[in-house]
Design a binder for this molecule. Structure first.
Ligand SMILES: N[C@@H](CCC[C@H](N)C(=O)O)C(=O)O
Length: 330
């Protein structure tokens, strides 16, 4: 690999609903030299056997048109079009840097509004982000199917027993409505979907959604490029829309989305023939650290770590409350 082989980086370990990320600021901190280095950093730092470990890296960069730009890399080094939980973390980072509570962040496919919003639980930093553009056209995933739209229809080669809805928000998702969560075959089906390049040439995020009551759903997700995660913001947004299309939830009403890592809220609107989704939830900082990464031998050394115990403790309580609520409804 050409370029810098040893890097000294400042990072923040953060999460949205237990979906955890590393923020690397390329505006005020270290500018990563190449795409190759971003891919390597993602594979090395996200590795759960290493000292950091996460579901992905959020690179915060300068933007010509917006307040900042977010690029999201999965643990396998692939870049995603969008990341809902990650965007809330970047929103917090940018809000704290600029002192403004409402910003626009550039992402791969759209410039998205983000804002600090009313706390979901007292003391919990809460952010609302736009999840757009949304499309029910299978070609946008892409998914090779005869149905357009593909709503609650089988994908027999993937699983002969389930019905799936395909949509992009704008990263690719399929959502199956199930009666049991966690769904026993979630990992197997998720992995299989991402091996079936004839069906999903770009891979796909696969979610299992159970209705818990009016405007309450539970969502478990196998993420493309990662595997099973505690939560996936775009998947919970996509599943909320699926619950509107198929399960009696309505546009204009807040939907509570429970997940293995906690709870978020979504709001779906339909205007000018277009669905728009807002995702609201925590953006929690676990710690800040200075690290050394060697791209040669793929080693990571944490030089210093500043742990945010108060936020960690508060979020543990929030997640326990959400789990109790979800369990009583499951
Ligand atoms: N966890 C994210 C989505 C991350 C990207 C995803 N794995 C993909 O490849 O599309 C979220 O919160 O949306």
């Amino acid at each position: 690999m050409k370029g810098v082989e040893k890097m000294e980086l400042e990072m923040i370990k953060c999460h949205g609903s237990g979906n955890d990320f590393i923020i690397i600021d390329e505006i005020n901190g270290h500018v990563v030299d190449s795409e190759e280095e971003r891919v390597s950093l993602s594979q090395i730092l996200c590795d759960r056997n290493g000292p950091v470990g996460s579901d992905g890296i959020l690179f915060v960069q300068e933007s010509e048109a917006c307040d900042a730009r977010m690029r999201m890399f999965n643990t396998d080094g692939s870049e995603a079009e969008m990341c809902g939980n990650g965007l809330r973390c970047v929103a917090r980072y940018a809000v704290e840097k600029t002192g403004r509570t409402q910003l626009v962040i550039e992402t791969m496919k759209a410039n998205l509004s983000v804002r600090q919003t009313e706390e979901l639980y007292p003391g919990l930093a809460t952010f609302e982000v736009a999840i757009e553009p949304v499309s029910l056209n299978p070609a946008t995933l892409p998914l090779k199917t005869m149905d357009n739209p593909h709503i609650e229809a089988p994908i027999t080669d993937l699983d002969p027993t389930l019905a799936f809805t395909a949509l992009s928000v704008p990263n690719p998702h399929v959502v199956a409505t199930v009666n049991q969560v966690p769904y026993p075959d979630a990992e197997k089906i998720g992995r299989r979907a991402n091996e079936m390049k004839n069906l999903f040439p770009n891979g796909v995020n696969v979610s299992f959604m159970k209705t818990l009551g009016k405007n309450r759903i539970f969502v478990q997700t196998y993420e493309r490029g990662v595997g099973l995660t505690n939560a996936c913001g775009t998947a919970m947004s996509a599943s909320s829309l699926v619950s509107v299309l198929t399960s009696g939830n309505e546009t204009g009403e807040v939907i509570s989305v429970f997940n293995p890592g906690g709870m978020v809220q979504t709001l779906i609107d339909f205007e000018d023939d277009t669905y728009r989704i807002k995702l609201r939830g925590n953006a929690t900082y676990d710690y800040r650290a200075s690290i050394h990464v060697s791209l040669n031998d793929r080693s990571v050394k944490v030089d210093s770590q500043n742990v945010n115990e108060d936020e960690q403790r508060l979020y543990e309580k929030v997640a326990e409350d959400a789990a109790r609520l979800a369990e009583s409804a499951i």
